[in-house]
Design a protein around this ligand. Structure first.
Ligand SMILES: Cc1cc2nc3c(=O)[nH]c(=O)nc-3n(C[C@H](O)[C@H](O)[C@H](O)COP(=O)(O)OP(=O)(O)OC[C@H]3O[C@@H](n4cnc5c(N)ncnc54)[C@H](O)[C@@H]3O)c2cc1C
Length: 378
């Protein structure tokens, strides 16, 4: 069977790009090593640009009712007095974005792919790629061979497409692990994302509905053991103490999971008829909640370029995609690095400067509006 585009990875980014291209009439196959369609319980923040793209794909109306809009982001330095608040009102909007269950995004994207008759290969792992110049052969672990005019790797942070095609990368560990979990509150939650920069690392609480929050605490490796060994009650006591803002009677409603955090950026996102996108191409610290948003930005860029050029110009499309998205993702990576280093450092002068910067930025509406616009249009 010959395809116009084969996509490896039925994550949110892979299924979004597959849907956009299938809707344009391209013959698409999508492959994932998972045995069942994913239904991830994780909650992620989705910005306005991403929700507009999901709307264009026809899935936003289905996802929106179970999402939680947020209208403000508050961040403060737990070890000082600096704080900053970003508000939708300041830019004349009702909200800054939405907290969405990843599993809901996956469910509606995959069912739309099925309705369009896209070939989805579950339980199939990519093991080899052969670039024949005018087409690409994709070999799966059961020996099946897919022949395609082009290949997209949306296969996540440990991308096999990236490895097999020798995309060069720059990568380093943040020396932190993210502890994530879902927390119930017995009081009504408001629509505010709160983040405290604690001595262990940034601690974010995102409301996912009026009584539940998702917690992402990025903890330095050296302190991980101290926190991981605490039982739920002691962990929540520590969280309340370190959070410093207003928290309520809290109880975990999920297990706590831990993810190692690292930075990764490919030096280029395209090689001839093969391109990578989403976490396969770039992965940043979760402190700004922008990784999926920038992956959806990649998917949107590719979908738009396919509508602009004839499909035979796929090498031009991928080159232009890489030129468009690489600088944006490098800028995002640099900003995250600055935050991570600025807040990870206990030097008294740096602490003073970061508190003064927080206070300064909080009083500069123009700067805050620029930050918000950048974060919502990535
Ligand atoms: C703690 C934490 C919190 C986060 N919070 C946010 C947030 O609030 N907002 C936000 O925008 N981002 C957030 N992110 C980032 C976001 O989770 C990722 O950027 C995003 O999920 C990546 O999606 P993806 O589709 O590119 O990759 P993935 O979701 O990793 O999908 C890759 C798919 O490829 C498949 N695959 C892999 N290898 C193969 C192979 N060889 N053959 C076949 N299939 C294969 C996998 O099974 C998987 O289904 C967070 C990240 C972390 C760690």
């Amino acid at each position: 069977m010959n395809y116009d585009v084969v996509i490896i990875g039925v994550g949110v980014v892979g299924s979004a790009v597959a849907l956009g291209l299938a809707q344009q009439g391209h013959k698409i196959a999508i492959v994932d090593k998972s045995s069942v369609p994913p239904n991830s319980p994780r909650h992620l923040s989705v910005n306005k640009k991403s929700s507009a793209f999901l709307d264009l794909l026809g899935v936003w109306d289905a996802v929106k009712p179970s999402s939680m809009p947020y209208s403000r982001i508050q961040a403060w330095d737990r070890e000082g007095t600096g704080k900053v608040e970003f508000s939708a009102q300041d830019i004349g909007e009702n909200n800054l974005g939405f907290i969405v269950k990843e599993g809901d995004l996956q469910k509606y994207l995959i069912s739309s792919l099925e309705q369009l008759g896209v070939d989805i290969f579950w339980s199939k792992e990519l093991i080899n790629i052969s670039d024949k110049g005018d087409l690409v052969e994709i070999i799966l672990d059961d020996g099946k061979k897919l022949i395609s005019s082009s290949l997209l790797g949306a296969d996540g942070i440990s991308s096999k497409v990236r490895e097999l095609c020798n995309f060069q990368i720059k990568s380093w560990s943040y020396d932190q692990q993210a502890i994530v979990g879902q927390i119930d509150s017995d009081e009504k939650l408001d629509d505010v994302i709160r983040q405290s920069f604690t001595k262990y690392g940034p601690l974010a609480l995102l409301p996912i509905n009026s009584s539940q929050m998702t917690m992402i605490w990025s903890v330095d490796n050296k302190s991980l053991k101290d926190l991981s060994e605490l039982d739920d009650d002691l962990f929540l006591e520590k969280l309340q103490l370190e959070f410093g803002g207003k928290t309520r009677n809290l109880k975990f409603s999920s297990q706590r999971f831990t993810f190692p955090l690292k930075h990764l950026t490919a030096v280029g996102f395209a090689k001839g008829r093969i391109a990578i996108l989403g976490d396969a191409a770039h992965h940043v610290h979760p402190l700004a909640g922008l990784g999926l948003n920038s992956g959806l930005g990649d998917a949107e860029s590719i979908v738009k370029l396919f509508s602009k050029y004839p499909a035979v110009k796929v090498e031009t499309i991928f080159k232009q995609y890489s030129n468009e998205r690489l600088p944006i993702n490098i800028g995002l990576a640099a900003a995250m690095e600055l935050f991570k280093r600025g807040f990870g450092n206990q030097n008294i002068w740096l602490k003073t400067i970061r508190n003064l910067t927080f206070k300064f930025v909080d009083n500069q509406q123009e700067i805050k509006n620029t930050f918000v616009k950048l974060a919502t249009t990535l």
